[in-house]
Ligand binder design. Structure first.
Ligand code: HPA
Length: 279
């Protein structure tokens, strides 16, 4: 990593971004949400909403992927004040891990103590089916990158943060209960994070299965590392948008990912909007 990228994320960048946002809303969000590919629809369910385009926020990166809107929303979800990222930053876009997780620290500055991260992921566990929702029980960071590399920002957290319960057991229990109340079950498994943007080869997927992964995706791990560093409690939800490479005799496509998330949207919406007031 270059010194230049450290400069971007150090100093007053987080405070300046947070101050810009705070000046535009009277809400004090304690819950953050990061919405993955095709899941931005949750933003339509906010009330008292303030929408800010990423490019307006000082120091914020801008997302470039189809299906990712690039807006920060502050509003109420089921009555609770939340801050929501519609669209996130991926390392395959060329951002370093410290930039992909930049918004997490801005959320911390806003007062966020709980984070719901969602993503689309490929199913590695062969008992899964496209359309399943999986609570992330743990992750494997296969990106070879870490957002905390560089001088430690002690005001956010310790040099060597604990990752032994990266995805809160308490929040997972609440999510399972919420799904059951709505008549469906959630999977629970290990998410393995890769850089992308190429999908995996069948040999890579076989390796990941041996390593203990249930689903694979190109986001989330850097954000969650940054969140745990500053003691934010995390609930992670993967939408299994496709079976991972080599499981079915068909190529993978981003179109399939978007189509599947469209299909499970209503369950996903119910789950998140009903779990948020319980967090
Ligand atoms: N691999 C990696 N990332 C993904 C996939 C996949 O199969 N599906 C959705 N995101």
């Amino acid at each position: 990593m270059s010194n230049q990228s450290w400069n971007v994320t150090q100093g007053k960048a987080y405070e300046e971004a947070a101050a810009y946002i705070t000046a535009r809303t009277s809400l004090k969000p304690e819950i953050g949400l990061i919405l993955g590919s095709g899941l931005g629809v949750l933003g339509d369910h906010l009330t008292d909403v303030t929408t800010i385009a990423y490019e307006q926020i000082p120091h914020f990166p801008v997302s470039t992927v189809e299906g990712h809107a690039g807006e920060l929303l502050i509003g109420r979800l089921s009555g609770r004040p939340v801050v929501m990222m519609k669209g996130r930053f991926h390392m395959y876009e060329g951002y370093g891990p410290e930039l992909t997780s930049f918004p997490v620290r801005v959320m911390r500055e806003l007062g966020v103590t709980k984070l719901v991260v969602t993503n689309a992921a490929g199913g590695i566990n062969t008992s899964y089916e496209p359309g399943d929702l999986m609570l992330i029980s743990d992750h494997i960071n296969l990106t070879g990158r870490n957002p905390l590399i560089g001088p430690n920002e002690q005001r956010f957290g310790d040099r060597f943060p604990d990752m032994s319960e990266a995805y809160s057991r308490r929040l997972r229990t609440l999510a399972h209960e919420t799904a059951r109340e709505n008549g469906f079950e959630l999977r629970e498994g290990v998410y393995i994070g890769v850089l992308g943007p190429s999908y995996e080869t069948p040999a890579e997927i076989r390796m990941m299965r041996i390593l203990g992964a249930d689903a694979v995706g190109m986001s989330t791990v850097a954000e969650v590392i940054a969140a745990r560093h500053c003691k934010i409690e995390v609930l992670g939800i993967s939408c299994i948008s496709n079976m991972a490479s080599g499981i079915l005799d068909q190529p993978l496509s981003h179109t399939e990912v978007i189509e599947t998330t469209e299909r499970v949207k209503s369950r996903f919406l119910r789950l998140v909007s009903e779990v948020v007031p319980k967090l």
